[in-house]
Design a protein around this ligand. Sequence first.
Ligand SMILES: CC(C)(COP(=O)(O)OP(=O)(O)OC[C@H]1O[C@@H](n2cnc3c(N)ncnc32)[C@H](O)[C@@H]1OP(=O)(O)O)[C@@H](O)C(=O)NCCC(=O)NCCS
Length: 150
Amino acid sequence: MIHPLSDVQCKNIPESTRIWQYCVILPNAKIGKDCNICSHCLIENDVIIGNRCTIKSGVQIWNGIEIEDDVFIGPNVSFTNDKYPRTQNPNWQLRRIIVCRGASIGAGSTILPGITIGEGAMVGAGSVVTKDIPAKQLWIGNPAKFVKNI
Ligand SMILES: CC(C)(COP(=O)(O)OP(=O)(O)OC[C@H]1O[C@@H](n2cnc3c(N)ncnc32)[C@H](O)[C@@H]1OP(=O)(O)O)[C@@H](O)C(=O)NCCC(=O)NCCS
C-alpha cells in the first residue's frame, strides 16, 4: 500500500509494505515485505531495509544505511553518515550504519556514522550511540552505555 500523498519513486516495493503520508523514497532504495513506514520519512537511494521492519514517523534513512529484518526504528531517530560534516564538501567520506536483525532503537536517538547495532539489541529513547552495540544488549544515554543483557 502506497499512500497517494507520498512520493515513492522506487518501483518495486512489495504490496504488503505500507508507506504512509508525506514519505519520500528515492528510486534505488530496496525495501522488503510487511514493513510499516509511517508518515514523514525520507529514504535515500543507497539504502536496504529488510522484511517486517517498523519505521516510525520523522526518520531519515540516508545513503549507506542498512536495516535488517524485524527491526524497530522509533520516531525521530536520527541516522548520520558523515563524521566530519562540512557544507558542499566533495571529499566527504561515507560511513555506513548497520542495524542488525531484531534490533530496536528508541525514540529520538542519534546514531553516529559507522555504527553497527547488533542483533536483538535495544537502544533507549534519547540516546546518542557513539560505539558499536553488541547483540542482545540494552544501551542508553548520551553517550550510550551498556545497561544489561536482554
Ligand atoms: C531503555 C528502556 C527500554 C528501559 O526500560 P526499563 O529496563 O524498564 O527501565 P526502567 O524504566 O526501569 O528505568 C531504569 C532506569 O533507567 C533510566 N532510564 C530508562 N530509560 C532511559 C532512557 N531512555 N534514557 C536515560 N535513562 C533511562 C530510568 O530513569 C531508571 O533510572 P533510575 O534507576 O536511576 O531510576 C526504556 O526506558 C526506553 O527508553 N524504551 C524506549 C521507548 C521508545 O522510544 N519507544 C518508541 C516507540 S513509542
